[in-house]
Design a protein around this ligand. Structure first.
Ligand code: A3P
Ligand code: MG
Ligand code: MG
Length: 326
């Protein structure tokens, strides 16, 4: 557990930046196997092992990946289906996604390239040392981000504590980079930034779609862990970088308000997530790691699908034995 994979933002060269460069030869992808909660549970266990004396341990109401909470937050305005496994253990409700991940990196070559370009931007826009430490001798470092491999196995994950309504949540989330010269000891997330890519917007319909769909997801993803800065790299169809825009996460809801009928409203999302968590608490009441409640969103409504009582790995139990042993 270290922060050695946390990189610094360093503006890419717009004249030469090409997000398609290196595809597919220099692309290493992670096995698209379901991501269970293990890495997050390991971090939570580590944090609690450092708690000294009578100081309270971290025992949130909910523990989950940020991606799941993003989907909950966006559900009032989304038709994308999802399914969750939910278990109550020692007073905390753990939620994992029942993912159908086989298409994570795209099923067609075009999808794969789209996905690659998002990751490539992360490589092109970051360096492994603070920008102030760059000096004339670092051409090699800057060349490496252009010419190196894009490897989706390498990422920096952070554990965040937050609240939605009265519900405390511990979330694991991947962090793209730091936009500061050092990592603040207190509130390190104040210096984190989320990197995103988008095709250059050339007409009002594309602008509407960007505001309605993409900005909602971008906002939800960064709002939850309190990541204040979003850096969007706009690209041409060819992959050539066109320009870069910085957005403040907290300003996004206001920027879309009133722009088109039926546009999303952040308050609706937050109230919905609060109501969802309260609702989950009403029936996820059996404190037993072998009991898994399955909840689905079918694109219109959320419902409890079934309750399984099984053994780890067989009936979908997902709290690993090593976590229970402590
Ligand atoms: P973009 O979102 O800029 O296209 P993240 O932004 O969450 O850090 O993810 C980085 C990149 O990973 C994304 O960049 C996208 O290219 C790829 N990616 C993430 N989730 C994906 C998914 N579910 N399907 C396909 N690509 C995904
Ligand atoms: Mg990322
Ligand atoms: Mg990103």
């Amino acid at each position: 557990m270290s922060d050695k994979e946390l990189n610094w933002y360093y503006e890419p060269d717009l004249k030469t930046g090409d997000l398609s460069e290196g595809f597919p030869d220099r692309y290493i992808t992670r096995e698209p196997i379901p991501e269970r909660l293990d890495a997050l549970l390991e971090s939570l266990q580590y944090v609690n092992s450092k708690v000294e004396g009578d100081a309270p341990k971290l025992r949130p109401d909910f523990c989950t990946w940020r991606g799941i909470m993003t989907k909950v937050l966006c559900a009032p305005y989304s038709r994308d289906k999802w399914e969750l496994g939910v278990t109550l253990y020692n007073g905390t409700i753990y939620m994992e996604e029942h993912e159908k991940r086989k298409d994570l990196y795209g099923s067609t070559d075009k999808d794969k390239l789209m996905s690659y370009m998002g990751y490539k931007f992360e490589s092109l826009a970051t360096i492994p040392v603070p920008p102030s430490k760059l000096n004339g001798l670092d051409d090699e470092l800057l060349a490496k981000r252009k010419e190196g491999f894009v490897n989706t196995n390498i990422q920096f994950c952070s554990v965040f504590k937050t609240k939605v309504g009265y519900n405390s949540i511990v979330m694991g989330a991947e962090v793209d980079c730091l936009v500061a010269d050092s990592r603040p000891q207190k509130n390190p997330q104040s210096a984190y930034a989320e990197l995103k890519t988008n095709r250059v917007i050339t007409n009002p319909n594309q602008q509407k779609s960007f505001e309605r769909h993409k900005l909602l997801k971008i906002w939800a993803q960064s709002f939850l862990p309190g990541i204040p800065t979003i850096i969007i790299g706009y690209r041409q169809d060819s992959g050539a970088l066109s320009h870069i825009e910085r957005r403040k996460t907290l300003d996004i809801p206001r920027s879309v308000r009133g722009t088109q009928p039926g546009i999303w409203d952040a308050t609706v999302c937050i109230n919905f997530a609060d109501a969802f968590l309260k609702w989950v608490k009403t029936f996820v009441v059996e404190d037993d790691p072998k009991v898994v409640y399955t909840i689905e969103f079918d694109g219109r409504a959320i419902r409890l699908l079934r309750v399984d009582k099984g053994v780890e790995g067989v009936e979908g139990c997902f709290i690993p034995d090593w976590y229970l042993a402590k």
